[in-house]
Design a protein around this ligand. Sequence first.
Ligand code: UDP
Length: 413
Amino acid sequence: MANLMAEYATIAGADVVSHLRQLAEPLKGAKVVHVNSTRSGGGVAEILHKLVPLMVELGLDARWEVLTGNDAFFRCTKHLHNGLQGYPVALEDADRQSFHAASAENAERLRALLEEADVVFIHDPQPAALLDLCPNRRGRWIWRCHIDLSHPHRPIWRFLRPFVAGYDASVFSLASFAQPLPHPQYLIPPSIDPLSDKNLELPEAEIAAARTRFGIDPERPLITQISRFDRFKDPLGVIAAYRLVKRFLPNLQLVLAGGSASDDPEGAAMLQEVRDTAGADPDIHVLDLPPDSHRCINALQRTSRIVLQKSLREGFGLTVTEAMWKQRPVIGGDTGGIRLQVVNYHTGFRVSTPEGAALRIRYLLHHPELLEAMGAKAQAYVRENFLLTRQLREYLTLMRALDNHGSDRIELG
Ligand code: UDP
């Protein structure tokens, strides 16, 4: 692990790494705890797997805790998640009770650790209630919201807001995601780890093996969407777009690859709906992958001409950035963080309908030189903006800013 920073230096630059060390110096030994709701599945877990060890390598006493809960709790938090993204859901009394009960149980288990911590990062709504359940906390508490709160279903936001209002600060990925809250709000977009199995360069033989394993014809164009099977990722819209293109390009292939997250109880039903919609088309490959399929996903992204992320709502689609890092243009839903990630007409296209996606797919497949140029720009854009080192720098800066001992002057240098 000690060599990790040196490896990052080769990708992000030695000055970037030395700046990180400098920022971390006064934070050495600080007890930092991250809490989220799943160890695998979804972008938050993906980031924490790397961010936490890097904080440790920089000398912070960082750790990562995961909520436990029963099915009723995760059903409730999935409602919260959907509602916060604008879907009109109703919380029943039983949902509220399971939320309170699981929060109390987790607080029992984690209280000593959390109250002792210097900085606590609470990720997303699921663990938000922990703050009030740790009355003797001595550190700074940050609510790190990864989802797009711009148009929440109001009753759901009214339920959640009192839990997050008491935090010392919140972090959103984009300004437009935030809601008025009585504390400072920081904007920190997520990032990808270029050294992880998900993103590192792969030998050509490994990519070819993935094609063989899934029956993908290397001679024919492939488009791919990697996503949890979730309505907001719009896998059915992707199939609709594929079918529109297929009329003109009968040799087109589609991969829809996903898996389930332990905090997402709706995945299985969505997967079934995707399978039913795909029907008997041998060129649609619906893949239900285990959570550790990082190299396999990497290979699928690399073997695709174009990567889709046709989300209807998206916090910050890590899959978008992962594909761009691999020099793939991305056709993404014109929503949320994708607006920040995909520079329209430069690193891909943003679309609002299956018809729009189909038009762009056809266009790019007919202009391979443009496709390649967009892919190159996409990678450069990620290198500049969305690597883990940038996000780590911003988290360290945030911790320094909060550790200001009541002073109005905050030294960040
Ligand atoms: N992912 C994965 N396996 C899957 C589906 C997704 O490992 O079956 C990864 C994907 O590569 C990305 C993350 O999970 O790193 C999903 O993050 P994103 O921000 O795109 O979406 P989220 O699931 O957090 O809404």
